[in-house]
Write a protein that binds this ligand. Structure first.
Ligand code: BGC
Ligand code: NOJ
Length: 814
């Protein structure tokens, strides 16, 4: 069953009814100013940091789940009836509801009693504000008098404090109102140099800035007293809960429509010029007024909306494909690329499932996210890599997270997740392959943000590999530390205290438990460094890490092999995890994927055997589960993984992020059918058909899908902010379609499903457009390339000479 449909030509998903199984949401903004918006206009906004600069308030775990947002009310001033065009918060039935989530904008519209209201929400590129562009149309045969209200609840900046410190917060709220603009300036008199504003393009009939005055005592956002009575009260907030609410009265002839623009924005002033007049407590508005004036003009709003569309034309135009599978096309061409940009911007910080208060940007997460967007935003990728590397510790280790506003490592979580530094290698090498910009390797970068510790970025990569090599356990495999990619496999934490952190509490000395996932990841990172080192003429490094990798591969194929698949880990007692010897958790996905991605078992049949075991024991119709059998009881020596009920999260759900590793591994063995079959099992656009089961958005990946042990098998959770986005993009574009950026050119080595006759693609690479046509001469994966009509050897299209901007490549598969 579906709740909407894809409109590919508009690059939108159109939701046709407001009561989706879960909030189906979208993101606004791609740079400093961000917002989340659901299909009923729920959500919140912030500037750069979801915790420290929260602009609008959101109540978590609310009832209904999705509640609080950018609400518009329409009141028929003749009858007194009012409703919400986005259905929420009033929830009176509306006609012709639709929510169009597009690239950086959302349009929600509906009609009631012959009044149609459509609102386009978006953040103009480069601005720190969001626009709610409302069109109200009178579809009646008679004239209508309507009041339009726009309302937002301000957060008192620090979202954590905003939810907890009421004894102070109920006293600090301050606002100013000037013309049609409400300024929220809590704490501006003291140490904050920033404020928020909520403006309106029209002369308003009234406003409210105190929540209680607008809503009335014992009333909620579903039934505001001011909307009911048709008269805002012009309240000024002194403490309590500052809000912004405007009332606009409209007279509409039959068939007439009017546009009203609401603006929610963030602004900063230089400390020495904050007040006007100086010495007063009044905000200096000289800088912000021109911005507000510009964006309350509908012409400028239209222009900004066109600019946003052009920016997405450009970004998505960098890589477009036409394959025989419609779901694949819509993911690659539109939604997966879009989700990659969102994960790049926000890592795991702010969604409907990540509150934005708990954590900053993940180190391993951000490095992996980069794999999915580096071709779209290379300059930003470069900066991100340098920011991440600057938080690295001098011993090569990494802070697990860092705060986007301060760009410093997060002390609260600390380091010693022993996989973390290796992801930096993958990210940097991906960046250089994509851009050819080797200068980044010489870029001086500090350790642990400490001035004076600068070393070339290449040195950071070497220390990342050395970090692993200097921490090997009894079997010669890498020590796991607090955890590897699977944050919940906590082999050094023996927690029997409720509420204790599995990840930051460490009970053992950490000298025994080993990770096969890190072993495979190390081999992949070492292979990358070897290629890079050869490319830049550092044969010393190439030789050293080729040897280290060979040794690690032997260990993987030795103590890391269980007979039918690769072991997952050795625990603190030296016992195997993920082995036929175990009662539960006999086989895990990560070590199958990563051993093969690192190059293990390719020539001795182990890789094929391991993948056959994955197919036999882990694959379900809804995707590949993380482990089997699921853990049914708590194991002190394994940690958080065993705290989840069977089939959920790290305990045997389909943890989608890990599925593409198997897809890539399958392509290494030339198995395009299996790889693509796995791709489709978790592909949201395919799962659209079973939206009542999947429940999360059909246009983006979710972190997990409940596994076969779960009573709700097939149900997705934690949509949007997941490494699944980048990795599936890598799996489908680089492994299955086989278009891979390389140091010396674009490699094209597809491993397609046998039923495909081929595909075409357009890909920008280092400023040149490649038009690629792949076709079958036979069922296999051997390629013959012809470039601009000339046959070439091998699978790499060499970089063309200067001045060439279009290269045509024909790829025959046989
Ligand atoms: C989740 C993991 C997550 C970790 C750190 C755990 O509770 O299950 O998926 O990586 O917390 O945020
Ligand atoms: C989510 C975390 O953000 C990510 O870093 C981790 O690897 C996965 N969960 C798996 O536990």
């Amino acid at each position: 069953m579906r709740f909407g449909h894809f409109d590919d030509s508009a690059r939108e998903y159109v939701i046709e009814r407001p009561d989706t199984p879960l909030p189906w949401f979208n993101y606004l903004g791609t740079d400093g100013y961000f917002g989340l918006i659901s299909n009923t206009a729920g959500g919140y906004s912030f500037y750069k940091d979801a915790r420290l600069r929260r602009i609008s308030r959101y109540r978590y775990n609310n009832v209904p789940f999705d509640f609080g947002g950018r609400y518009i009310y329409v009141r028929d001033d003749d009858s007194g009836e009012f409703w919400s065009p986005s259905w929420q918060p009033v929830r009176t039935p509306v006609d012709d509801y639709s929510c169009r989530h597009g690239m950086g904008y959302t349009i929600i519209g509906s009609a009631r009693s012959g009044i149609r209201t459509d609102t386009r929400y978006f953040v103009p590129p480069g601005e720190n504000l969001e626009i709610w562009d409302v069109t109200v149309a009178n579809q009646r045969q008679t004239a209508a008098k309507v009041s339009l209200f726009g309302a937002i609840e301000f957060a008192l900046w620090d979202a954590q404090d905003d939810m907890t410190n009421f004894q102070r917060n109920f006293n600090t709220g301050e606002v100013e109102v000037e013309g049609s603009v409400i300024y929220h300036k809590t704490e501006y008199r003291e140490r904050r140099d920033h404020f928020a504003y909520f403006g309106c393009s029209e002369t308003t009939a009234g406003f409210d800035t105190q929540r209680e005055a607008f809503l009335g005592p014992y009333r909620g956002w579903d039934d505001p007293a001011a909307v009911g009575s048709g008269a805002a009260t012009n309240s000024i907030a002194h403490g309590w809960s500052p809000i912004g609410a405007h009332q606009v009265r409209l007279s509409l002839q039959p068939g007439e429509s009017k546009r009203v623009v609401f603006l929610l924005g963030y602004a900063e002033n230089p400390r020495e010029d904050k007040f006007d007049p100086a010495g007063s407590a009044v905000i200096n508005k000289r800088r912000v007024t021109p911005v507000i004036d510009r964006y309350t003009s509908v012409d400028r709003v239209d222009e900004a909306s066109r600019e946003l569309a052009q920016e997405w034309d450009r970004l998505l135009g960098l890589f477009q494909v036409d394959t025989p599978d419609a779901a694949t096309n819509r993911m690659i061409n539109i939604w997966n690329a879009y989700q990659n940009m969102v994960t790049f911007n926000l890592s795991r910080s702010a969604s409907f499932y990540e509150s934005g208060v708990g954590r900053g940007l993940g180190f391993r997460d951000s490095n992996q996210d980069l794999l999915g967007f580096v071709h779209m935003a290379p300059a930003r990728a470069r900066q991100r890599v340098l920011d991440l590397a600057a938080t690295q510790l001098a011993d090569g280790g990494a802070f697990h997270q860092y705060q986007p506003l301060t760009k410093r490592g997060n002390d609260a979580v600390g380091s010693n997740f022993n996989d973390d530094p290796l992801w930096l290698v993958l990210a940097v090498v991906a960046y250089v392959r994509e851009t050819g910009d080797g200068s980044i390797l010489d870029e001086p970068v500090v350790y642990q943000n400490a001035p004076g510790t600068e070393q070339p970025l290449l040195d950071h990569l070497v220390r990342s590999l050395e970090f692993t090599l200097s921490r090997l356990g009894p079997n010669g495999l890498p020590l796991i530390g607090r955890a590897d990619w699977n944050d919940c496999l906590n082999l050094n934490c023996f927690s029997d205290e409720p509420g204790e952190s599995f990840q930051t509490t460490t009970s053992s000395d950490g000298k025994t438990a080993e990770s096969m996932m890190i072993a495979g990841l190390f081999c992949a990172a070492a292979a990358d460094i070897v290629d890079l080192a050869r490319h830049i003429g550092r044969l010393d490094l190439a030789g050293a890490y080729a040897a280290a990798r060979t040794a690690m591969l032997e260990t993987i194929e030795g103590p890391g092999w269980d007979g039918e698949w690769f072991v997952r880990a050795y625990d603190d007692f030296g016992k195997k995890v993920g082995s036929a010897d175990c009662d539960e958790g006999k086989i895990f996905i990560e070590s199958q994927g990563w051993s093969i991605l690192g190059g293990a078992g390719l020539s001795n049949g182990m890789a094929q055997k391991a993948l056959d075991s994955v197919a036999r024991h882990l694959a379900t119709d809804h995707g590949i589960v993380l482990n089997q059998p699921a853990f049914t009881s708590y194991h002190l020596e394994l940690g958080e993984i065993t705290t989840y009920p069977p089939g959920y999260k790290e305990n045997a759900s389909i943890f989608c992020h890990s599925n593409p590793w198997i897809m890539v591994a399958e392509t290494k063995l030339g198995n395009g059918d299996r790889a693509f079959d796995y791709y489709r099992r978790i592909c949201p656009a395919v799962r659209e058909e079973i939206s009542e089961v999947h429940r999360a958005e059909p246009y983006v990946y979710a972190q997990t899908i409940a596994g076969r042990d779960a009573p709700t098998h097939g149900e997705a959770k934690n949509s949007w902010l997941t490494g699944t986005a980048a990795w599936n993009y890598v799996a489908i574009t680089q492994a299955i379609l086989g278009i891979r950026p390389g140091f010396d050119g674009l490699e094209i080595q597809p491993v397609l499903p046998t039923s495909w006759a081929g595909y075409t693609a357009t890909r920008a690479f280092r400023g040149v457009t490649y038009e690629i046509r792949v076709y079958r001469n036979g069922p296999g994966t051997a390629v013959s390339l012809s470039v601009d009509g000339r046959e070439i050897e091998g699978s790499i299209v060499p970089l063309p000479g200067a001045g060439t901007d279009l290269v045509k490549v024909e790829v025959a598969l046989s």
